[in-house]
Design a protein around this ligand. Structure first.
Ligand code: PRX
Length: 636
């Protein structure tokens, strides 16, 4: 007898503890959990209380013990023309060496280690080594520059930083070390040690007494056993910074046991992966997808994970498919933007390789538009599974799970990521009253009722109050239990499919990268020629959204050349301080910004006008010429 998905989902909530107790068996515990969920202090939740486990043991050691020669980590770089394959036994040796280095440098349980690395195997070794000894890693995306990095260093206060000489993108070397040195100069907190992986891509300066050479220390500590530390399930495993409404990024903090269980379950039920197969996620370790589905998820599930350094179109747009063929990839994970990039190339490239191993392509991080979804579905001939989630949730919140034994598969529907996953008690609320929307097809704020399932964030690093006020107090008058706001608008149709209609806050999504407009504004307004600035996200055919800046200069540029020069300077400033990912597509100069009489910036109106839409109710607008100016500029 098959159960309907709706019944199964309900059961995951009504029989919560029994449900997750069963899932907990997917991971090894040194001491089994004494309590499945402690929800007694809302909005906090503690999962698998009293159980002791270790992420590295579950991802590496247990597989190395039972099938040491099986592939664990496959690294391919089309940037430097290298490939390396590590078996589980080899991966364990690398991770132990890295863990020995960290321990020898005084890193112990609870200490933070900041990882600022390109997509190289050492990044995975570093994360797993931290997990092994109970140090808390904080990976900062390699595309971020010195000011972004400095604010994260100050928040995480790491004892040690692991970095490299350089990354590479589309053949262009990007030196990391000068950015890191600059960040440490800017930061108030000074990490005691910097462990440098020298790839031989860019010469760099070493700070005596602080900077260490990875190759040398690896040799010194090679073969030194470092046992996995058994950690209580709720011990923090890592923090990962993400953007919100304010200019200061939040350190999303995750646990050990809940995360391990959530990932193990999702690998089986959502992704349908099987131990021994190869999983390929095209994301970056600097993002949550990289944490959950390049490093931890596939390895915990005993799959080989393919880590790729390069672009989807180099040496040509068939490069990913050549890897699928070569490594017999069964499950692949990417983002809609990447598919839109591929769509611009010859479709014959998709037919050049044997893709018979591939069972499904999962896409997440931004809305999947129907033409893109249909194109790739036809080209690949496998299911395309849209899935919606966030850095905070750690694993899919909405999708269609096709691999739950005894449970009816929910068909995919283009335009909707699907339905709430097991464990998530999802509601749509009226933004003003907080009342649950009773009728289908109404737009509301997508929220999750307390407690969040295993694997979701525990808190904001070092700031419980911010966790509570940001996520749990933004929707007014909520009904029975505290609700977590996703800050996304949603709509549910009569069949229960949920559609995502954009963010309720000032977060924008550029090519699947989540960015805070406030951070970009703070950077631009620091330019001496700028009096005021507003950054909004506007729709873009390729990237989903791009950032557009409207700046009020201290003096309006007299000529178009002068305007271009100022625009260039501002972009350079963003590149240098935040990183090229945050660079606006244009900076437009205006005499004033559209504000209400009380001085509040009308961002939504600005965004609407920039997208050629009706700006809506403008009765509060102080000076109507402000929007008129913007319109004229955009039509130039
Ligand atoms: O706005 C939603 C959008 O990306 C945000 C989360 O981004 P991030 O924290 O970087 O995590 C990405 C994990 C995949 C969400 O609040 N988003 C993510 N997935 C989708 C999406 N929007 C529409 N459809 C999706 N499938």
């Amino acid at each position: 007898m098959t159960e309907t998905y709706a019944d199964f989902h309900r059961r995951s909530l009504t029989e919560r503890d029994a449900f997750w107790a069963e899932q907990a068996q997917r991971v090894d515990w040194q001491t089994p959990p004494q309590q499945i969920c402690d929800a007694s202090k809302p909005p906090f939740a503690r999962w698998f209380v009293g159980g002791t486990t270790n992420l590295c043991h579950n991802a590496v050691d247990r597989h190395a013990a039972s099938r040491p020669a099986d592939r664990a980590l496959i690294w391919v770089s089309t940037e430097v023309g290298q490939e390396r394959v590590y078996s589980f036994a080899e991966l364990q040796a690398e991770v132990e060496a890295m863990a020995a280095i960290l321990s020898a440098q005084g890193v112990s349980q609870g200490d933070r280690v900041l990882i600022y690395l390109p997509m190289i195997p050492e990044a995975a070794f570093a994360m797993l080594a931290c997990a092994r000894i109970g140090a808390i890693h904080s990976v900062v995306f390699g595309g971020f520059a010195s000011v972004s990095l400095a604010s994260r260093i100050d928040d995480a206060t790491p004892r040690l930083v692991i970095s490299a000489d350089a990354g590479s993108r589309a053949g262009k070397r990007l030196a990391y070390k000068p950015l890191l040195d600059e960040a440490i100069t800017l930061a108030a907190h000074k990490p005691a040690r910097v462990l440098m992986v020298d790839r031989g891509l860019a010469a760099f300066e070493r700070v005596a007494g602080r900077d260490l050479d990875y190759a040398e220390l690896r040799q010194r500590h090679w073969g030194q056993p470092v046992p996995c530390a058994w950690l209580e399930s709720n011990t923090p495993s890592y923090t990962l910074y993400t953007s919100g409404t304010t200019g200061t990024p939040k350190g999303v903090q995750r646990d050990v046991g809940g995360y391990a269980v959530a990932l193990a379950t999702s690998m089986d039920w959502i992704f349908g992966g099987k131990p021994g197969e190869t999983y390929f996620s095209t994301s970056d370790i600097g993002w949550v997808v990289g944490h959950s589905y390049i490093v931890y998820g596939p390895l915990i599930h005993g799959m080989a994970t393919l880590m790729y350094e390069g672009t989807p179109v180099n040496p040509d747009a068939a490069v990913w498919w050549s890897l699928v063929e070569k490594y017999r990839v069964t499950v692949m994970f990417s983002a809609p933007t990447a598919v839109r990039v591929l769509k611009k190339h010859d479709p014959a490239l998709l037919k050049r390789h044997d893709l018979s191993s591939l069972r499904a392509l999962f896409l997440a991080g931004e809305p999947l538009d129907e033409p893109t979804g249909r194109w790739i579905a036809e080209a690949l001939g496998v299911p395309i599974i849209d899935n919606y989630w966030q850095t905070e949730t750690g694993w899919p919140l909405l999708t269609v799970a096709h691999h739950i034994p005894g449970v009816e598969a929910v068909p995919t529907r283009f335009g909707s990521p699907g339905m709430p996953m097991y464990g998530y008690d999802v509601k749509l609320l009226d933004e003003n009253s907080g009342a649950e929307l009773a009728e289908p097809n109404q737009k509301g704020v997508l929220v999750i009722e307390h407690p969040l399932p295993p694997g979701a964030l525990q808190t904001v690093w070092g700031d419980d109050a911010r966790f509570v006020s940001t996520y749990w107090q933004s929707v007014p008058g909520h009904a029975r239990r505290p609700v977590y706001s996703t800050f996304d608008w949603g709509l549910r149709d009569a069949q229960g499919y949920t559609f995502i209609l954009g963010r309720t806050d000032d977060v924008i999504n550029v090519a699947g990268h989540r960015l805070g407009t406030r951070e970009i504004e703070e950077c631009i307004s620091g330019h001496p020629g700028v009096a005021e600035v507003a950054v909004v996200g506007v729709a873009d055919q390729l990237k989903g959204q791009v950032a557009l800046a409207f700046a009020v200069p201290r003096e309006l540029p007299a000529t178009s050349e002068a305007a271009l020069a100022l625009e260039g300077q501002i972009m350079k400033r963003v590149d240098e301080q935040l990183g090229a990912v945050a660079r606006p597509s244009r900076v437009l100069f205006v005499g004033l910004l559209p504000k209400t009489r009380s001085g509040k910036l009308l961002r939504r109106a600005l965004q609407a006008v920039a997208e050629g839409r009706d700006p809506g109710d403008l009765t509060t607008l102080d000076d109507p010429t402000a929007l008129a100016q913007v319109k004229t500029l955009l039509h130039k």
